[in-house]
Each structure stands twice: as structure tokens, then as C-alpha cells.
Design a protein around this ligand. Structure first.
Ligand code: NCD
Length: 318
């Protein structure tokens, strides 16, 4: 029996069976979504998006995913809320829960806040990014995208480059991709790598050129200036010259290697436009797949029995 998924707080908490299940459910949903059909697993349910940090893709994606499941969404924007008047996170969330929603999707600048909410609230909590810590649905959609494009994650060499130290996307991806059997290397200037990359079970290099020839997947990350307390890179120009993936460096890649980016892209910094929009780029596929994966997560935490029944009835095996 697979361990029940009550909340989705961190990729570190997921085991390989749960990851496989969520990706399998997402794959099953795909043809329905492509035909524009709704899968009514959240009918009569409300998902609240509690976002204390900016978001384009993630929040919209959770909204679209909820609607595709027949549910309703309510958005909460911290900048116009009573958080400005000093209300705590837990108080804010408890008040929202008192209105009767069925799930809370939370993004917050403090690492650990989704886990505090998961303990304080009586409804499922899904982490949409907490500080430097984790962004589990992003990692699930990245793993899904790699599976869809290269058939499997197992045995693949994955190079994650950029601001690894401040990246919740990198951390969640390392957890998920390793559990699926990938080998991972991180790359960036020494000031933007975690202090002990070995402790994360990944290789590292300071020059992208060393890692590109063996890569099956290259994942570019944004330099997160908003999370740095001082400038840890000399200038965007210099950064791009050494750690940006441009057409010249991309020539080192294998024929079938693919390029991912969670967005938002800083064009001309970590990725040149020719590379970001080129034939190896699967960046917009990631965005589509994000809806599928978030549908799978929401259905699994809000209506596990309904989901199991729906899969059974359709003869879907995941
Ligand atoms: C990222 C995030 O907010 O963690 N974006 C995303 O969710 N797709 C990465 C970033 O901000 O660079």
C-alpha cells in the first residue's frame, strides 16, 4: 500500500512510490486536459491560494488545475491583506479555514511555513514555494517533463546551473530526481553554490563547459537577487559570460539534450534568447505539464478515494 499523501510540504517527504503515482496520475489526466474536458474530482470544493510572494506561473497553474477538476479557487494577496496590520501567518490561515475551504496552497518567503500550517490546520496544505527551502510541485513537473521527453529519468545526467544556493527549485529537484535514479551535477559561481554540495548527493563544477558534454538535461535557474543579502556576483554581464548558456556553449551539448527553466527567465543572463526559444527548449511544455501535475496533487490530497475510483472506473493503471 502506498503511503497516503495528506499534505504536500516537501519533496524530501515523498518516496519513489508516491512520486511515481503522482506522475502517473498526471499522465492519465493529460488527454482529458488536451481535449478541454473537466475531470470532476474537486466538484463542490474550494482551494485557497495563499500567496505571500510574487508568482505568475505557479498561482495561475494551481487555479487552472483546480478549475479543470471542477473546483473553485479563491486568491489571497498578502500585499492587500491584514498581514500588513500585523496578523500572524497561522492566524491568517485559521481565519481562512474558518470559511470552509478544502485545501490551502501556500507560498511564503520563510522556509518551513507550509509545515507549520500543515500542523496547525485541519485541511490539506500544499507548498507552492517556501523561501530557499522547497518547491515540490515545480520539481514534480520538471520530472514529468523529463519523463515525457526522454522516456525516463533513471540513468539520466542532469546539470542544474545558476543560483543553486538560493533555489528552492534546485533543492526539490535534487530530492525528486535522485529518487527517480538520475545523477545530478550543480554548477555556478562558488558564491552561489551550497556550502557542501556533496552533502546533497550531487557533483559540482564551477565551469559549465566541463559538464555540458555529458548532460541529458540542463536546467537553468535565475539568479535570485531578492534573496541575496549582498551582491554575490560581480555584474550580470560577467555572470552571463561565464555561467550563461548561449549558442556557443550549447554547441557542447549532445544531440538530444534538452533545456529546462522554471521561469521567470532573465534573458541574456542565464539563458540567451536563441537557446531559450530554440529546438532543445522544453520550457513551455513545463508550463503545460505544471497544470497536470498540480491537478494530480490536488486530487490526491483533497479527494484520494474519488481519485482511486475514477482511475479504476476508467481502467487506468498508475
Ligand atoms: C521559481 C520560484 O518562484 O521558486 N519560479 C517558479 O515557481 N516557477 C523560481 C524563481 O523565482 O526563479
Amino acid at each position: 500500500m502506498m503511503r497516503k499523501l495528506q499534505h504536500l510540504v516537501a519533496a524530501a517527504d515523498l518516496d519513489a512510490a508516491q512520486i511515481g503515482y503522482l506522475l502517473g496520475v498526471a499522465r492519465t489526466f493529460s488527454p482529458y486536459v488536451q481535449r478541454g474536458e473537466t475531470i470532476p474530482l474537486l466538484q463542490g470544493k474550494t482551494v485557497v491560494n495563499l500567496f505571500f510572494e510574487n508568482s505568475t506561473r505557479t498561482r495561475t497553474s494551481f487555479e487552472v488545475a483546480t478549475r479543470r477538476l471542477g473546483g473553485a479557487t479563491t486568491n489571497f494577496a498578502a500585499s492587500t491583506s491584514s498581514v500588513q496590520k500585523g496578523e500572524t501567518l497561522v492566524d491568517t490561515a485559521r481565519n481562512i479555514v474558518a470559511m470552509g475551504p478544502h485545501c490551502i496552497v501556500v507560498r511564503h518567503a520563510s522556509a518551513g511555513s507550509p509545515s507549520i500550517l500543515a500542523r496547525a490546520l485541519t485541511i490539506p496544505v500544499v507548498n507552492a514555494g517556501d523561501g530557499f527551502h522547497e518547491h515540490p510541485t515545480q520539481a514534480l513537473l520538471d520530472a514529468y517533463t523529463i519523463q515525457e521527453t526522454l522516456k525516463s529519468v533513471e540513468g539520466k545526467r542532469i546539470v542544474i546551473f545558476g543560483d543553486i544556493a538560493h533555489s528552492r527549485v534546485a533543492r526539490s529537484n535534487i530530492h525528486i530526481l535522485k529518487k527517480l535514479g538520475a545523477s545530478i551535477a550543480v554548477c555556478g559561481p562558488p558564491t552561489l553554490l551550497p556550502p557542501k554540495p556533496d552533502a546533497l548527493g550531487v557533483d559540482h563544477a564551477y565551469r559549465l563547459e566541463e559538464l555540458l558534454p555529458d548532460a541529458d538535461v540542463v536546467m537553468a535557474l535565475r539568479v535570485q537577487l531578492e534573496r541575496q543579502n549582498r551582491m554575490q556576483i560581480p555584474s550580470a554581464n560577467e555572470y552571463a559570460r561565464f555561467w550563461g548558456l548561449d549558442r556557443e556553449k550549447a554547441k557542447l551539448l549532445k544531440k538530444d539534450a534538452i533545456i529546462l527553466h522554471p521561469g521567470p527567465i532573465n534573458r541574456g543572463v542565464e539563458l540567451d534568447t536563441e537557446v531559450a526559444d530554440g529546438p532543445r527548449s522544453v520550457i513551455l511544455h513545463q508550463v503545460f505539464n505544471g497544470v497536470l501535475v498540480r491537478m494530480a496533487v490536488l486530487a490526491a490530497v483533497c479527494n484520494p478515494e474519488g481519485l482511486a475510483e475514477w482511475l479504476d472506473r476508467g481502467g487506468h493503471r498508475v
